[in-house]
Write a protein that binds this ligand. Sequence first.
Ligand SMILES: [Zn+2]
Length: 676
Amino acid sequence: MNKFFPFALVLCLSLAGAVTRAEVAPKRGLTEVGQEQVKLRGGFWGPRQKAAAAVTIPHALNELEKDGHLRNFDKAAGVEKGKPDGHSAFDSDLYKVLEGAAYALQHFPDQPLQLRVDGMLDRILAAQQKDGFLISYFIIQEQDQRWDDLRLMHQMYNAGHYFEMAAALPGQAKVLDSAKRFADHIGGIFGPGKRYDVDGHQEVELALVKLYRATGEARYLELAKFFLDERGYAHGTERKPFDPTKVVVPPVPDDLPEAERKRLIRRNGLRVRNGRMQDHQPVIEQMDAVGHAVRAGYMYAAMADVLRFTDAPGYEKALDSLWADVVGRKMYLTGGLGTNERRDEGFSDAYVLPNAAYCESCAAIAHVLWQQRMALLKADAKYADVMELALYNGTLSGISLAGDQFFYQNPLVAKANTRRRPWIGLSCCPTNLSRIIPQVGGLMYAVGKDEVFVNLYAAGEATVALGGGKTVKLKQETEYPWDGKVRVTVTAAAAEATGIALRIPGWAQGHPVPGDLYTYADAQTPPVTLKVNGEEVAATPGKDGYVHLRRVWKSGDTIELRLAMPARRVHAHEKVVENTGKVALMRGPIVYCLESVDQPEPELATLHLPPANALTAEHRADLLGGVTVLRAEGVAAETGQPFQLTAVPAYAWANRDPSGMTVWFRETPAPPKAEK
Ligand SMILES: [Zn+2]
């Protein structure tokens, strides 16, 4: 064989994949610019993507192999004997890391990793049943219960992650084909006139939209919408409204051991339709965010996606209301979601935001994915504002700078001696982080009619196809998020007039978040300036939050955006009682925290930062992979003496000696203890 043959093959296949994807354009809103079109080599994201490829993904695969995720497929294929390892959602963890590997390998070719991935895919495919079914746990031991207890057993969650992985592998026709057979198997059982039922952990819905786009087969989009529309209805062989009085749960005998009794009672509780899995009402009637935050985020993301590709009456009203509820009343400053006050890993009531938060890493990722889809659906920068917030803060805090240690929960306050963990057996979070960082490039741009939308600023290069064979190439040079100067150079342009829409972040216009859940302590809004080829142009965004530039661009044209980045004090809405008298610090999109390791005053809960004391920013290339720190004169509670307080980006905490941490701290002296 010609030694160049493998290259030629890869090129053809990846081009074929790109062509297939481009065929399915949304009916409304914007189209993504895929991560494969965006190179982030230097700047903020380059080192992180490299760490994901070189450290996180191989490490995650090692851990999953050790825990038996791969072995389960061998058992299902009949190559090995024995009971399945782990729980019924085990397959999904492997799929997520392989999805991340698919993105990473496109940017950092790595022959050993590629061979390892290919070998794993073969072992997975070998386990697929003749009828298309592919969940190792049920193939090994419970063939007759494949689709029982859909709310507890995560069948669809596994399937969804399989579809997402397959859609991320455009060059692997056999995997996409296998995903289609699995999806068709599901579509043969569930759907109008068949079985009416929904999963307990949403994910398959947004994944089916991806499968639809990767294959052009509309039945997958219809199945996605079916699973969304069946929420809040009775399950069975016909569609009927849900009647809570008719829920039949199996009795739990008194004479069982206590642990077993508790287990059965819990299972019965989950059988009863509830808000935990957003199955308490039809989706178009859901106006308030309730329940498990990851499930909610994936479901809202799927709703936004479905609405972009087909008619879905009622979806937009629900999405608008859910968005206002989450962003205006239930979101942490970091973009994190979920208090777990109801032990459902989910939302509390409006403004109930204890800093000892749950904020699962997966919930922040689901939040990013939802906001991205809202930004695409509505072409409005405020959604990208929240996406950016949740990405830089809520999501990144889940993974160490080196890429090999993790948090499952990301509270806004932590006790001394909190440490990240090298792995987490219930590995949804580390595996989700393994796939989100390699795909960050795919969050940065979007395409409208003859217009490129720049949603995130980061050093790198993008090739943007505008349709009709038109292509624009852009290069961003910037130290963002440490500096608000962004230079965009057009390196290849279309012959006709083309739009470039620049998002002017809300944080640069006086709003740390859309709405009034969090506000800056002062009203200053430093000017935003914009130059095209050195000449100043108006930088005032439209109602949609973008400045729209339109001209016949030539290669070498430059756009210079300057966003001032003063350090800012942030206050929470007065109804967030936990933060009364407290302040948080932000600079640009970055939320800061105090880590006890940086303070001479170790009692983070009692020190304070008087409102008049100035904040200064200093970039420290030597610290935490290069970060800008904030400093101010704080007051120690014990002595009343001033001391220099140092704040670091909240995402970067717990990368040094074990330490306490707080995002919110006192602005006024702590009340005397007796008042507590
Ligand atoms: Zn998780």
